[in-house]
Design a protein around this ligand. Structure first.
Ligand SMILES: Cc1cc2nc3c(=O)[nH]c(=O)nc-3n(C[C@H](O)[C@H](O)[C@H](O)COP(=O)(O)O)c2cc1C
Length: 196
């Protein structure tokens, strides 16, 4: 069984269209019978972003190369997963700050990445990251779309070779029915789940 880490940042929980899309993708994966999915629901976590005291604590631990502290368990869990699925809505041209806070907790030199004379390189085990999102407007291919673009860069940074995004767009514009847009995105999700 391959270990899939599902990072749920769908703030609106069961009302979230991004969550609906992610659930569909995960249900397609489960049909294959070869994945063990662990959900990390960020809304249930007490994540801290780096402010002064929090930063100094981290600095001290890293100086001593003490990676056993509880604050690093998100990074360990992420680094050890075989595949990663992240779901979040498109907010303010990227994603909720909660996801950025989680990423801040993931970026630990010595756990998820390392550095040498040539620069930094990812040390995560996963070979594939899927990012699931839904957007109110239309941003695919636009320089203003910085959610998926950022996640793709992070995926590379962590050393995860393959990245794909499943997105549904224009959900709040009212031009096309939401169900039709979601169904189209589910078709893409089905194909990606098949090749996961
Ligand atoms: C705080 C907030 C910020 C948003 N920012 C954007 C945005 O910048 N561009 C956009 O097209 N839609 C934006 N939206 C609309 C959401 O992207 C859209 O409703 C999406 O489907 C929400 O996903 P969810 O159903 O998973 O919560 C925003 C919605 C909220 C609540």
């Amino acid at each position: 069984m391959e270990k899939v880490l599902f990072v749920n940042c769908c703030i609106r929980r069961e009302a979230s269209r991004s969550k609906m899309l992610a659930d569909f993708f995960l249900s397609e994966l489960l049909k294959k019978g070869s994945y063990e999915i662990t959900e990390l629901c960020l809304m249930d976590e007490n994540l801290s972003y780096m402010s002064e005291g929090n930063f100094h604590q981290r600095d001290l631990l890293l100086a001593n190369r003490d990676f056993s502290h509880h604050r690093f368990h998100y990074a360990h869990e992420f680094a050890q997963a075989d595949k990663i699925v992240i779901a979040a809505p498109f907010w303010d041209l990227s994603f909720p700050a909660l996801l950025k806070t989680y990423i801040e907790n993931l970026c630990v030199e010595g756990i998820t990445f390392a550095c040498n004379e040539q620069g930094c390189f990812g040390t995560c085990k996963a070979d594939y990251m899927i990012y699931v999102t839904t957007r109110g407007g239309f941003y695919e291919g636009s320089p203003m779309e910085m959610g998926s673009k950022y996640m793709e860069a992070m995926s590379q940074f962590f050393g995860i070779g393959k990245y794909d995004c499943v997105a549904a767009e224009g959900l709040d514009i009212g031009i096309r029915p939401v169900e039709v847009i979601l169904e189209e995105a589910m078709e893409k999700a089905k194909v990606l789940a098949g090749n996961f």
